[in-house]
Design a protein around this ligand. Structure first.
Ligand SMILES: Nc1ncnc2c1ncn2[C@@H]1O[C@H](COP(=O)(O)OP(=O)(O)OP(=O)(O)O)[C@@H](O)[C@H]1O
Length: 582
């Protein structure tokens, strides 16, 4: 139901003084229906309304948006919100408009008619817009900067809120170069308070954000990052017969709950969502080209489970997500915290489930190492970041492979000390210590046997959705640990070793003939696609992985694929795996 517009607006006029809690709570109740502020919301709101800069760290789902939405309602003028994603802006603006709040966003996706109307309002001298959402890219354009300067000169710009402020920092996991340009706002728009908001707790990020934005004597508000309503759990793919079936079982036995399943690759999203649907789960795959109909169906509860790459979810405010599952190990604890934090935004009990596999770990290590070797050829700051990404990933490995409380590991990775009693058995390691210890022992055996067998791998890919936007077109590699090398394989008499290896990670013994044929055809297509692209091959030649790309081994590989298609019934398993990433 729409509310009448802003009955309590301008409660504080233009004065820079601390506004009492009561008046602000009234606004909160009237517009949002919440009875009281949460955590540090009130302090942040009071600070910015009094004209002070503020840096606000709140856990995922903590209610950061309210810290700039209430000021927009309490004071005349515009609150400018800088937000990293158009989808995120659209969602927030739509939700605010439904509440009768005058919010707009400016983006390239809008028609010129809509944009003109917004600009007319901004230029009117007495804009009705209370919240204006924009991307950092727009702020960086000279035209928009001078528009903001004019609005400010008329006294109509009341606050600049930088959402997801960790994107400013090169230490943040979502670093966006255009965010860095926001630093100019302080000089263009003096006196306008800046509110930086993030759920990223790493101290280096905090300092970087504060310095980059030139915040002056900011009020720094930090809340605990603990999410007590999330139960943390890791399942070990290598110890399961079939991880797909296991996940189906988990979802079915949890009832018809809302869930997000994250996969590293789009192909896995498609395959997994098909599997879950076949098992009667209300589910759809959503790759990182957001398909709005799937998103709408999920937001409106027509479907309950969405299988997506990690690009999905930032700013999606479905409160009743009961399970967030990572079907592949995330690249860092920060990313894991953000993504798992999309569960239980209603503060009710929910679950974070991570499927950990040794193959997945090696794949991610390979990707990060490849990126690192490429970047170390360029600047030293990139080199530093590559090393950081590898050590960030190691924290994730420790979360899965190490013993002890999972919650403690999450919080400690953000520099927050946790008392032993805080978890209250709300992670698998605290709830079932003996079982988890047994799994870890078994996992160790699996890892040791992987190493003994010399786990080599072949990746074929035209992926664009990997870490750091890297494009891995085609590469062959063998693990540093030694064991069977690619040369060893390709020197075997007729290439059958490669044939046998093809079923490694992608196909299981239970896969049907059709799956196997599709898989091999796919590999072949990728092979040709990449072979014809000199540019890609040349690019790879410059990198560490190029040495084994010789025509003889290519030919053998192709022969092996052909042979495999004929010998489908006789595939055997070696330590070698092939992965297709599109
Ligand atoms: N004071 C409050 N009382 C109850 N619910 C609240 C309150 N403040 C915010 N919420 C609700 O909490 C949910 C999370 O808020 P919000 O989207 O602002 O979180 P966030 O901190 O931006 O999280 P994330 O970093 O995960 O995006 C929203 O549904 C919001 O309506």
């Amino acid at each position: 139901m729409k509310k009448s517009p802003l009955p309590l607006q301008n409660i504080c006029g233009n004065e820079k003084k601390i506004i009492g809690k009561e008046a602000l709570v009234k606004l909160l109740r009237w517009h949002f229906g919440f009875s009281d502020f949460r955590g540090k919301q009130l302090e942040a709101i009071q600070a910015v309304l009094s004209g002070r800069d503020c840096f606000c760290l709140m856990p995922t789902g903590g209610g950061k948006s309210m810290c700039y939405q209430i000021p927009a309602l309490a004071k005349p003028g515009i609150v400018l919100v800088v937000s990293p994603l158009i989808a995120l802006m659209e969602n927030q603006v739509m939700a605010l408009k439904e509440k009768g709040i005058a919010a707009e966003f400016l983006s390239s996706t809008q028609t010129s008619h809509v944009k003109n109307k917004i600009h007319e309002d901004l230029d009117s001298g007495k804009p009705s817009t209370r919240l204006l959402y924009v991307t950092p890219e727009l702020i960086a354009t000279p035209g928009f900067t001078s528009k903001l300067t004019r609005i400010h000169a008329r006294g109509s710009l009341k606050l600049i809120a930088i959402d997801e402020a960790h994107c400013i920092s090169t230490w943040g996991h979502d670093f966006r170069p255009s965010y860095r340009k926001l630093s100019s706002m302080r000089s263009c728009l003096p006196d306008v308070p800046i509110l930086a908001l993030t759920a990223t707790a790493v101290p280096k990020v905090q300092k970087d954000v504060i310095d980059s934005l030139c915040l002056q004597d900011p009020l720094v508000l930090k809340s605990s990052f603990n999410r007590p309503n999330i139960y943390y759990e890791v399942r070990y793919k290598d110890l399961l017969d079939d991880a797909y079936a296991d996940l189906s079982f988990v979802l079915k036995s949890s009832g018809d709950v809302c869930a997000i399943i994250y996969c590293l690759e789009r192909t896995t999203c498609d395959v997994l969502s098909a599997h879950l649907s076949k098992n009667g789960i209300s589910c759809a795959g959503l790759n990182n080209k957001l398909r709005s109909s799937v998103l709408d169906d999920w937001m409106s509860s027509k479907i309950q489970v969405v299988v997506a790459t990690v690009a999905f979810g930032m700013g999606i405010d479905r409160k009743d997500v009961r399970i967030v599952c990572h079907f592949n190990v995330p690249k860092s604890m920060e990313a894991f915290y953000q993504e798992s934090g999309r569960a239980g935004r209603d503060q009710l009990p929910c679950r974070s489930l991570l499927y950990y596999g040794v193959d997945d770990r090696k794949k991610m290590e390979f990707i990060l190492r490849s990126a690192a070797s490429k970047q170390s050829e360029s600047s030293s700051s990139q080199d530093r970041l590559s090393k950081k990404s590898i050590s960030d990933f190691n924290q994730m490995v420790e979360y899965c492979e190490g013993s002890g409380c999972r919650r403690k590991k999450i919080l400690e990775s953000f520099g927050e000390q946790m008392s032993a009693s805080l978890c209250k058995k709300s992670c698998d390691a605290c709830k079932h210590p003996n079982l988890v210890a047994k799994y870890l022992e078994e996992l160790l055996t699996v890892c040791t046997s992987h190493q003994r067998n010399g786990s080599s791998r072949i990746f074929i890919s035209s992926s664009t959705d990997m870490t750091h936007g890297e494009q891995f077109s085609e590469f062959w590699n063998h693990d540093d640990e030694g064991g069977t090398s690619e040369e060893d394989i390709s020197d075997s008499d007729d290439g059958t070793e490669i044939v046998r290896s093809l079923a490694g990670s992608k196909l299981s013994r239970k896969s049907g003939v059709k799956d196997k044929i599709e898989f091999l055809q796919h590999a072949e297509e990728n092979y040709y696609r990449n072979k014809n692209s000199d540019k890609q091959v040349n690019k790879l030649d410059k990198n560490a992985i190029s040495e084994t790309m010789r025509e003889s081994s290519r030919q053998r590989f192709l022969n092996a694929l052909k042979e495999a298609q004929q010998r489908l019934g006789t595939l055997r398993y070696t330590g070698v795996s092939i992965c297709t990433l599109h």
